[in-house]
Design a protein around this ligand. Sequence first.
Ligand code: XMP
Length: 325
Amino acid sequence: SWTMADFVEGESERIRRTVGEDRVILGLSGGVDSSVVAALLAKSIGRRCTCIFVDNGLLRTGERQLVEHTFRGHFDVDLRVVDASEAFLADLAGVTDPQEKRRRIGSRFIDVFKASADAIAGEGGGGPVKFLAQGTLYPDVIESGHGHTGAAANIKLHHNVGGLPERLGFSLLEPLRNLFKDEVRKLGEVLGLPEAMVWRHPFPGPGLAVRILGEVEPSGLAMIRRSDEILLEELVAANLYRKTAQVFAVLLPVKSVGVMGDGRTHEQVVAIRAVESQDFMTADWARLPYEVLATVSNRIINEVRGVNRVVYDISSKPPATIEWE
Ligand code: XMP
């Protein structure tokens, strides 16, 4: 019978034949799909593949380190980490409209990626860069003709790396295009990716920018990063990470009154979003145990400076979306 090991053998051989003496670049986001592509390319063509990880300043705690640690330590790929956070944050200064935030992030991403790809191509040695690899899955293929919208085609402006191959003049390499998500996770396990990567909840391309409602500023980023970290720690501790599809914190652009000691506070509100979903096109809010919510709330209010209230989002999709922006 057909096994994942057969898939790895067959697909590696096909990739080697297609790529030949040329080189491949891959936009590595740290999500499941691009990580599995990176691992598969490492196995089949090793350092003929260059992975570009863009630090946009909108990442969660430890995200860049997880990618660096995973791929530098255990896979034979050429990983380039590009720190473009200053440019991304400068683009976002003063912007509050959700679509405009997404537009600016998407266009900066394309510029940064293109510049890195050009630089890599210009290095010479090891053959010309001919291919752009992407983690397109079967559901992406059927949903959008051939487009690339990530986990779910929806009404928000998704840009990931759509349109990039055309702009860069590369051919596409999409080794996961016949697979469903559960098969991709299995493949990731077979290839030796760590469990933390294989079972990761999806994270949107625009990152924490869409989880800070309104303007993205360093102070808000610090608050949401720490809140998110606490939330995920408690979720893992309660053994609920694998039982939920997506769980995250959102920083609301409102202040509420609170009390601390003898004083009055006027600080921000964090919303907790936790959903169960099969395909992210529809989702139900997760019935997280009250005790877990209580711990998360106490910790966020005590540990995150500038937050004095935590609320729980009990909306389903539709009509609400999973993300708040
Ligand atoms: P919504 O909020 O529309 O999100 O219900 C559905 C799924 O898509 C993720 N999402 C994105 N993924 N780029 C991505 O790769 C994006 O711009 C983007 N926006 C939302 C969201 O996290 C959820 O899993």
